[in-house]
Design a protein around this ligand. Structure first.
Ligand code: AHG
Ligand code: MN
Ligand code: MN
Length: 334
């Protein structure tokens, strides 16, 4: 059987299912092209002098790596002229980026985490790009932060690219989740993982255990039960993984199940979690739900949260349905 490239997959989705507007198809193709360029930079590493610190900070108060800045610039440049977008927002930029006036303005808003897991870049461990697409509310003025503050349910597409042993793009536009592997010789993404589904049960969990003393009671209870294994109420032994790249953790969960958690942390009560809602939580929650899994902040589905600011943080529990439902029920019982 002939291979299905990303372009063919998207054109067929547009034609046969009628669920992919042409401007959105073009936008996804453009994001994929940008991710290919980011993949090349990530792969070159020290050979291209792209490792290490950029010497600057972002709005989150985090030191930027050179590749955080490079990936952000690649995404901005690739997406500003195509005519699909009204504005973009990024983890690395305090304010939304309006499409320059010399380019046509389209109907979508693109949000991204240009390089996720960037603490891993200098040690040659998987990193990724995460993106989310919303429709821009109608109006002829330049889009502002308020236009982005839509719940995750309103996303029209979301995806990530993982730069690992293989570079893979995983995508949803609300009709299942599909994975594409980059064929470097051909220069194209090829459909290798159609209809990805997350198993409902699992024996694998991911959490940064070093934060244990700062967790709330429901999380203490749940992790205690996982660690108790066959001797505890859950009656089975669990294994643990922590890559410290959310993209890599979510990818593992899509392939073989698992539960990923970044709970609220008592160290800074002003932050309801470490990860960001709009360009980490929402796109991953959309993908996970589309693959049959669940994603909550411990209290409610992430996709139902009404955001109040662009760089808002959120607690995250996502992955295999049984486990996410269990830890969410423990929060309700608290
Ligand atoms: P980013 O590199 O975009 O700031 O995101 C890093 C995130 C996420 O990818 C990962 O799950 C988590 O931070 C790792 O946190 P720890 O440093 O607590 O391990
Ligand atoms: Mn991130
Ligand atoms: Mn990042």
């Amino acid at each position: 059987m002939s291979r299905i490239s990303l372009s063919r997959f998207l054109i067929e989705a547009q034609r046969t299912e009628g669920n992919l507007p042409p401007e959105l198809r073009l936008l996804i193709e453009t994001v994929a092209r940008a991710c290919k360029a980011i993949s090349h930079s990530v792969n070159k590493g020290a050979l291209a002098g792209v490792l290490g610190e950029a010497g600057s900070g972002n709005v989150q108060g985090e030191a930027q790596k050179k590749l955080d800045v490079i990936a952000n610039d690649i995404l901005l440049e690739a997406n500003e002229w195509g005519g699909s977008l009204a504005a973009m927002a990024s983890e690395e930029m305090e304010l939304p980026y309006s499409i320059p006036e010399n380019y046509p303005r389209g109907r979508y808003l693109l949000l991204f985490d240009p390089l996720d897991g960037s603490s891993n870049i200098d040690v040659n461990i998987s990193v990724g790009t995460i993106f989310s697409v919303l429709e821009c509310p109608p109006g002829d003025v330049a889009p502002s932060e308020a236009d982005f503050l839509q719940s995750g349910r309103r996303q029209v597409a979301a995806g990530y690219t993982v730069y690992g042993p293989q570079t893979m793009l995983v995508l949803t536009f609300g009709h299942g989740v599909h994975g594409f592997t980059l064929d470097r010789e051909q220069g194209s993404f090829v459909l290798t993982h159609p209809d990805m589904r997350i198993p409902a049960s699992t024996k694998e969990f991911a959490i940064n255990m070093s934060n244990q003393r700062h967790w709330e009671a429901p999380v203490q209870r749940y992790i205690g039960e996982l660690l108790a294994g066959t001797t505890g109420p859950l009656g089975k032994d669990y294994n643990m993984r922590w890559v410290a790249s959310m993209v890599a953790e979510v990818h593992r969960i899509l392939v073989r199940g698992g539960v990923f958690m970044y709970p609220k942390d008592a160290r800074d009560p002003s932050k309801p979690g470490k990860l960001r809602l709009m360009y980490e939580g929402n796109p991953m929650a959309f993908i996970v739900e589309q693959a049959g899994g669940a994603a909550t902040n411990g209290r409610m589905p992430i996709l139902d949260i009404q955001p109040s600011k662009l760089h808002e943080r959120v607690a995250i529990f996502l992955g295999s349905r049984e486990e996410v439902e269990r830890v969410t029920a423990y929060h309700a019982a608290d």
